[in-house]
Design a protein around this ligand. Structure first.
Ligand code: FRU
Length: 477
């Protein structure tokens, strides 16, 4: 079988038409459009001199790629960063009647790898960008890794706050005009995972179901992720405009899969959601996956929420399901599926794109398995209640792209007293995003099947009625 790039190009995830992409950058909503910028090498399908690619969407599913927004210049390549809407024109960059967009990004000098922070602005809805004449605005204090500014407006202090990844900690800076930055504090020395360099931080307020608020700090780390290579950890705590504090003792992961990295949230989101998107790959193998004309996709957008779970604060991630229903037609629904569920050579899965929702009752069984694939290969998810562990096995899923030695992804999870185990899973041509019990755990993983997966089977360690409900939505644009 020869499988071409487009057999793997996902339908419901952003990919660049051509060449290499990594981190999402500068995600901002402005004048009716969701903007997505991204780390982009227009010359090759591997990492190289970084630019900011650009795409816009009205519905977060259909994306229109626009011309490259930021090109390398004499200060260096354009690494990751963020964009804010400068409503009070604190920067003085406004030239028309609307608020300017201001990008804050890292300049990387390719000769010595020195990293500094710089600005660019747009007064035409993000279509063209002017670099600030006095760049850089924040220079490196000799630390090698000094990058990925995420900027937001802090109401309490009426100042801009920048979170910056520096080595394996986060530094906080403030500014009144986006041009002059003052160092305030650092976070991270004695907490969290430190198996690699810290990158792409994000800081935001997050609400629980009752509307109560706390602060979240996301930190990507590479290597040192929960299943090898790249991963994203987070901290919940307090932020007073200058200092982030957290009493969290454990390392918490936003995603247990190998393929959700450098993700941050949208700025100026119109519905006040913490709307998140990550790069759906892993530095351990991203440049070797079997697509050649282009490389990498973004995750589907997710919303992040705060939840107290067995007395512990966690972030839960949810798929905006209304968006998924909009791209799917419901084809299979079974409210009493019983002791086994099977689709063989089924048209619902025929194009390898579907959205599955199922609820399993673990009061009558100890282990359940969901497997989908074809005659020669498959992906298996297994949950064992006694071990308190979910395992995703992609070792026999098709093309062997994975040099990470992490084809078996493990995710610790203890069931709630209800014994209910609910899975929501979005499967596109070369990815799966699995949400367990309304986003208490998430696993995002790539696979490159050699033929479409047309079979799906849900079984348990006992022949007893254990499936409470199943819905499968066939997805099509
Ligand atoms: C994260 C990262 C960032 C950096 C960018 C370079 O994946 O390493 O820290 O800004 O990619 O492309």
């Amino acid at each position: 079988v020869t499988v071409g790039d487009n057999d793997y190009r996902p339908d419901f995830h952003f990919t660049p038409q051509k060449k290499w992409m990594n981190d999402p950058n500068g995600m901002v909503y402005y004048a009716g459009e969701y903007h997505l910028f991204y780390q982009y090498n227009p010359n090759e399908s591997v990492w190289g001199p970084m630019h900011w690619g650009h795409a816009i969407s009205k519905d977060l599913v259909n994306w229109e790629e626009l011309p490259i927004a930021l090109y390398p210049d004499n200060l260096g390549n354009i690494f990751s960063g963020s964009i804010v809407v400068d409503n009070n024109n604190t920067s003085g960059f406004k030239s028309g009647s609307e608020s300017p967009l201001v990008a804050v990004f890292t300049h990387q000098n390719p000769e010595n790898n020195k990293q500094t922070q710089s600005l660019a602005y747009s007064n035409d809805k993000g279509r063209t960008w002017t670099k600030y004449e006095n760049n850089p605005v924040l220079v490196n204090n000799d630390k090698a890794d000094f990058r990925d500014p995420k900027v937001s407006w802090h109401e309490g202090t009426q100042k801009w706050v920048m979170v910056l990844a520096v080595g394996d900690e986060i530094m906080f800076y403030t500014s009144s005009n986006l041009k002059n930055w003052v160092y305030k504090n650092s976070f991270g020395k004695n907490v969290g995972a430190h198996g690699g360099v810290w990158e792409c931080p994000d800081l935001f307020k997050i609400k629980d179901a009752n509307g109560q608020e706390t602060w979240a700090l996301l930190v990507s780390i590479n290597p040192g992720g929960p299943n090898g290579g790249s991963g994203t950890q987070y901290f919940l705590g307090d932020f007073d405009g200058e200092t982030f504090t957290s009493s969290q003792a454990e390392t918490l992961w936003l995603d247990y899969g190998t393929d959700n990295y450098a993700g941050v949230t949208w700025s100026n989101e119109p519905n006040n959601r913490n709307l998140f998107m990550g790069w759906m790959s892993n530095w351990s193998y991203a440049q070797n996956v079997p697509t050649y004309s282009y490389r990498s996709a973004m995750t589907f957008p997710r919303t992040l929420h705060w939840e107290k779970n067995n007395g512990k604060s966690i972030i839960v991630s949810k798929l905006p399901t209304e968006m998924i229903y909009a791209i799917g037609g419901k084809v299979v629904e079974n409210n009493n599926a019983g002791s086994r569920f099977e689709l063989l050579n089924d048209e619902t899965l025929g194009e390898g794109k579907f959205y599955l929702e199922t609820t399993i009752d673990f009061s009558v069984i100890n282990e359940a398995k969901i497997e989908w694939g074809n005659k020669s290969s498959s992906v298996v998810i297994k949950y064992n209640k006694i071990k308190g562990e979910l395992i995703l096995n992609r070792a026999e899923s098709g093309y062997k792209f994975n040099n990470l030695n992490s084809n078996i992804l493990k995710c610790p999870y203890v069931l709630p007293d209800s014994n209910q185990f609910k899975i929501n899973m979005l499967v596109d041509k070369s990815s799966m995003e699995i949400f367990l019990n309304d986003g208490e755990r998430v696993i995002t993983a790539l696979v490159f099947p050699l033929a479409p997966f047309k079979n799906l089977e849900i079984t348990a360690n006992e022949e007893i009625q254990f499936i409470e409900q199943i819905k499968i939505n066939k997805l099509s644009k």
